[in-house]
Design a protein around this ligand. Structure first.
Ligand code: DAH
Length: 334
């Protein structure tokens, strides 16, 4: 216990310097200035001091008290300005900082890309604002062709539109490179469709194109088979059904054995055991000629599937609108 005023000052100074947080400072405040505090005890002595010394002693004690009050305030504000001295209770649960992640469609796109990269494909890109020529004419869809109705188009200006599919990337790639070609291209497409559980005006496709000498329908089936096994699991099968697209001949609709029931039949595959995934076929001679390829030397196949559809089957999502609602409760699950 300090016995002189100077000792009190020195010891309080040390206490404050050693204080690591506000609690330490408050404890010192009680010890020195509280009801039973050291400085308070000196203040209480003042009336009993001999009269000739009382005034001087009183002034000294009061000066000490004033100094102590200020020193405590000063220490508190220093601590407040120094974050590492904040009171830290390490037993409190931490604050969870939500971190962003890739959208499910971007994840599925990357998964598809990685399967094709492993088969030696390159990845191409094309513009979303496209010329009518690449979106239609060069793909053997002339102006009066009824297939244009299938793809209700957003026109931006005469001859310029939002691409309705990723197939124009085929044409752009073939015009830029000569065979052999092995590419896929993913990207957004646009159609003036009414919104419902399976249609949105914006959607995503993956386009594939292979051109070389001696490419056959069997190569198409083999590549698609490898693709669906990579994405849906090794027991998934592919079936090709006759279909029509102006840019392929023959054209085929591609179905996969239902990955949910394994082909036995369930609500997702409407009890058929098969799910239609998208179009494909052997690239039409008119398309090859349009890009200046020698059709007697080169053949190829192409396919175009919906990324949303792949994601819906893979994750059991029943409504395509969920991809575009930006509902975090939905998106954080993937
Ligand atoms: N472009 C077609 C569509 O969006 C899909 C398609 C079908 C792409 C057959 C192809 C193909 O490359 O060969 O409906």
């Amino acid at each position: 216990m300090p016995s002189t005023l100077d000792e009190v000052r020195t010891s309080l100074k040390q206490r404050l310097a050693a204080a690591r947080n506000t609690q330490d400072v408050r404890a010192a405040q009680v010890e020195y200035l509280g009801k039973k505090g050291t400085i308070t005890a000196f203040l209480k002595q003042i009336p009993s001091i001999a009269e000739d010394q009382r005034r001087q002693f009183g002034e000294q004690v009061n000066a000490l008290k004033l100094w102590a009050v200020q020193a405590i305030e000063q220490r508190l504000s220093d601590l407040a300005a120094t974050p590492q001295n904040y009171d830290i209770d390490f037993s409190l649960p931490g604050q969870i900082m939500p971190i962003g992640k890739k959208h499910i469609l971007a994840q599925v796109e990357e998964e598809v890309e990685s399967v094709f990269l492993s088969m030696g494909f390159d990845i191409e890109e094309g513009p979303e604002i496209e010329q009518e020529y690449y979106n239609f004419e060069a793909l053997n869809i002339p102006a009066d062709h009824p297939a244009r109705d299938m793809q209700d188009t957003f026109y931006l200006a005469p001859g310029t539109l939002l691409r309705t599919h990723t197939s124009p990337i085929q044409v752009r790639t073939m015009k830029r490179q000569s065979p052999p070609i092995r590419i896929i291209a993913t990207g957004r497409c646009y159609r003036r469709d009414a919104v419902d559980a399976s249609h949105t005006p914006v959607f995503t496709q993956v386009e594939g194109l292979v051109i070389d000498k001696g490419i056959t329908f069997a190569d198409l089936k083999g590549v698609l088979q490898e693709f669906v096994r990579g994405v849906f699991g090794s027991s998934t099968n592919v079936k090709l059904l006759p279909s029509f697209f102006p840019f392929v001949e023959p054209g085929a609709e591609t179905a996969i054995s239902c990955p949910i029931c394994g082909g036995k039949g369930c609500p997702t595959c409407k009890n058929s055991g098969w799910i239609e995934m998208g179009g494909s076929g052997m690239v039409h001679q008119n398309v090859l000629r349009e890009v200046g390829y020698d059709t007697s030397t080169y053949q190829g196949f192409a396919f175009g599937w919906g990324i949303e559809r792949i994601a819906m089957i893979k994750y059991g999502i029943r409504d395509i609108r969920m991809f575009y609602d930006n509902d975090l409760d939905f998106l954080v699950q993937f």
